[in-house]
Design a protein around this ligand. Sequence first.
Ligand code: DON
Length: 588
Amino acid sequence: MNNPFRGLLVALLFPVLALAAEPPAASSTSEAKRPPGYAVASAHPLATDAGLEILAQGGNAFDAAVAVSAALAVVEPTGSGLGGGGFWMIHREFDDLDLVVDGREVAPISATGDMYLDRDGEPVAELSRNGPLASGIPGEPAALVHIARVFGELPLAQLLAPAIRLAQDGFPVDEKLAGAIVDHLARFSPAALAVFVPDGSPLKAGDRLVQSDLAQTLRRFAQGGRDAFYGGETGARMLAGVRRDGGIWQQKDLEDYRIVERKPIVFLAGPYRVTVPPLPSAGGIAFQQVFQILGRKHWPPNDPVLARHQMIEAMRRVYRDRAAWLGDPAFVEVPLEKLLSRDYTDALADSIDLARATPSIELESPNETLREGDTTSHLSIIDAEGNRVSATLSINLGFGSGYMAPGTGYFLNNEMDDFSAKPLAPNAYGLIGTKANVIAPHKRMLSSMTPLMIEGPDGVAVLGTPGGSRIISMTLLASLAYIYGYAPQDIVKLGRYHHQFVPDTVVYEPGAFSQAEIDGLRKLGHQLSESARYYGNMQIVVWDRKARTLSAVSDPRGIGAGRVVMQAPPNTQAGGQGRMIAADRQAN
Ligand code: DON
C-alpha cells in the first residue's frame, strides 16, 4: 500500500538507545551559538504568519508565541481559544531558563466530585462534555498576558493585532474546519450557531468566516489585559451566559484564576537533554519512565517486531501509572520520586515478557476503587537568539463544550471531562483515573498535553501535537525518531501506534506496521486495532547547530505550516540587527 505515513524502521537503522548518564552535549559542543534566523510551525498557516509578523517587528519567540496562540484562537476555533487553556514551555537563551507556563483550566469553586454522575452513580458523558457545566475556568488569556509581560518585548496590543485583524476581516474557511462545523453543530449554543451556521446553513470551505464579537473581545483584551477578560464586559457576559445556561461559575472563579510557573522535568538520554512538562501534564512523567524502561532494555533490539513490542509494553505500563497515581500535585500526593526512580522503572522493564504481550489485567491495576478529533493545537517557535517556545493549547473536544456565551465570540472548553467523573470510568479518550484525578474546586484536571524540547549534540528540536490520550505516545515516537537522526519532515510522517493500558489494545495508523509486524505482534498476543483515520497534528521546529540550518515542519495530516526566515549573521549586516536576507517556506 502506498501510505504517506508508513512507519519507518527506527529499530534497524540506528544504534542502541544508551541511557547511561553522559554529560549533556547541549550548548557546550555547539557549532553555532545562534540560530541562522527564526522559525515557526503551527496548526494553521495564518497563525504561523502572525508569528512571523511579530518576529519581523522585533519581537522575540515569546511575543511570537502570544501572537500565534491568539491567531489560532481565531482561525482554528475547533482546537483552542480564549475559553480554554494550555501549557507553554519556554526556553530563554540568555540565562538558560526553562519553565512551563501552566495555563490549564481549573474546576470551578462550586464543583463537586459527583457533579457528572446520575442517581445511580454512573457518569453522564453529556454533562461533562456539552454546555457550560463542562467548562473549567479558562487559563489561556491569563497565560498570554503573563508571557507577554514577563518574557516578551512588545506590548500585548501589538501581539494581538494579527488575531484581531483575522477576526474582524475574516479569512477563508478550510475543508477541515468546514467538516468539523458539520460534525459538531448539534452541540452548538445559539451564539455559536449564529457565527458558524449563519442563516441556517453551515459555513462551507472557501466561505469567509468573520467573527465580530471575538474581534471586540480581543480588542478589549488588548487594551485592558487580564482584567478585561476575567472582568469587565467580557467577564460579565461570560458569567451571565454560563449561569443562565446551566453552568456553576461564580464571579470569584474568574477573579481567582492564576497561571502557575512550573519547573519542567529534565532528564538525560545519552547526550540528549529532554525537557518535558510536569504535572498536571502526565506527559513528562510518562516520558521519563518510558526512556528509562527502554534504556534498561538496550532498546531498540535488532528486530522490528520486538522493538515495537517493547515500546507497546512500556506504554502499557506508564499509562497504568498515569491512571493509578497522577493528578494535580496541589491536591494529591503523587509518589514522583518512586515513579521516576531507576529501581521502579527497572522493575517495570523487567516485568516485560519478550515472548508475549502482558494482558493489562495481569498488571496490578489502579487499586481503587479510554476518540480523538480536530481538536487542540500546537505551536513550536525558535527565534534568532535561540529562545524557544513549545506550546500545546486546548479547549478539549472539537469546539470544546460547543458553548459560546452571547456577545463573547469564543467557545468555552469542556476540559472538565479530563477529570475522572468516577474512579475507573473512562473519559472521552477512554482514559481512566482514580482518586488522584477526581474533581475538586480549583483543582487542575490531569492532561496529556506534552509540549517538549530536546537538545542534543547537533541541535535542538521543539515539538508537540494534539491528540488526547495519544499525545504522549506520538511525542514519544517522534522524540526517539529525532534522537535516532530522522529529519523533521520524516518525523511528522512516521506511522503512529499507541497503547494506553485500558483498553488492552494497540491502536495503529493505517500502514504504520508492515504485515510481518502485524503478524509478529499478534503472535506475541497483542490485540491490534487499525485506527479508522490518521491522527495527530505535529508541529516541529529544529535548529541544527552543526549544519547551521533551521527547519519548521507541520504535520501533513493537518493544514498547518512551518516557515523559516533566514537572517544574516549580525556582524555581516550593513543595516543593523535582523535584516532579512532570505525567506524560505516549508508548508504542508
Ligand atoms: O489535556 C488533555 O489531555 C486533553 N484535553 C487534550 C485534548 C486533545 O488533544 C484533543 N485532540 N485531539
